[in-house]
Write a protein that binds this ligand. Sequence first.
Ligand code: ATP
Ligand code: MG
Ligand code: FE
Length: 340
Amino acid sequence: ALILGLESSCDETAASLVTSDRRVLAHRLAGQEAAHRPFGGVVPEIAARAHVEVLAPLVEAALADAGVTLDQVDAIAATAGPGLIGGVMVGLVTGKALAHAAGKPLIAVNHLEGHALSPRLSDPDLAFPYLLLLVSGGHCQLLLVEGVARYRRLATTIDDAAGEAFDKTAKVLGLGFPGGPAVEAAAARGRPIVPLPRPMKGSAEPHFSFAGLKSAVVRAHDAKTWEVDDIAASFQAAVVDCLLDRTIRALDHAGGATALVVAGGVAANTAVRTALSGLASDHGLRFVAPPLWLCTDNAAMIGWAGAERFAAGLTDPLDIAPRPRWPLDPGAEAVRGAGV
Ligand code: ATP
Ligand code: MG
Ligand code: FE
C-alpha cells in the first residue's frame, strides 16, 4: 500500500509518501527554528500559523517527488496528537480534507506511535515484542512494544522529558535553540568533570527524573568556576547514566523482548546510542536505532505508522477529534500528577 503521511504536532511541518514494503518515496520537512529562535523555545501560535502556510505546498511537493498523484495513494495518515493543539488541528484537518476529496481512508496516528514504530521502517528484521526507550522533547518512557496499537508502559518521567532537559540546559548555558544538537557539540569539546546528580539512579521505582539535574546545571553555571563545554559534557554523561540505569531495570520486566530499541529526538545523540548499544550487547540483545533523520520529527514515521495500522485494518472516521494529550498506554497509571 502507498500511504501519505502528515506531521505538524510541534515545530516541524512534514509530508511523506511511504509504502508498506518500507520504501520512502518522498519526505519533505520544513523546520521553524528561525521563527522560534528569538523566543528561545517553540511559540504555539507562531507554530500553528507556519503549519497553515507550508503544509499544502509540502504535500504537493512530496507527491511530485514521488511521481504519484493523490488518486494512487491508498490512505492518508495524519498526526492527531499528542502535541500543540493548533498544529495538530492543521495537520488533521488537512488529512481529513484530502481523504474526503480523494475518497481515501483516514488514519489518525498517535505521534508517539510514529516514534515507536519508526525503527521498524529502517530495520525490516525488527520483530515484536521489543523494549523501547522513547526519548523526545516531550516524553521519556520505557515501553514494551507488543504489536501495532499494543503498548505497555513500564516507566515515564515524573517531571521533565530527556529532550526538554537538553533544551533547558542549552538555554542556561547560552548554547541556543534547538538545544539537543548544541549541547552534544559542546559536550564533544568538554570533559565530564563537573559533579552532577543522577536522579532516580538505583531507585526501586521504575521512573525517570531530570528536574534536579537541570537545577544542578544552573548552580554549576552560576558558580562561574566551570567551562561551559565541561558542564555540557558532564550533563550529557549524567543523562546517559540515568537512561542506562533505568533501562537496565526495565530489562528485568521486558521478558520476551527480541531487541533493545531507542527512538525519538534524543535517540539522535551519539553518546546515548553508543551507551545503549553496549548495554544491548551485554544482555545478548539486538540493538536497533533509526537513522538520525528518522529520530527527530518527520512525516515518514507517521506514514509508516499509518502503513502498519492500515495493514491491521485500523482506519478512522472523518469526525475524529485531535487530542493534545494522548497516552500510548491508557492503562498505565498516572505518575504523581505528571503528564502522559
Ligand atoms: P514529542 O515527540 O515528545 O512530542 P517533539 O516531537 O518535540 O516531542 P522530537 O522531535 O522527537 O520531540 O525530539 C526533539 C527533542 O530531541 C528536542 O528536545 C531536542 O533537543 C532533542 N534532540 C535532538 N537532537 C538531539 C541530540 N543530538 N542530542 C540530544 N538531544 C537531541
Ligand atoms: Mg522540533
Ligand atoms: Fe516527536
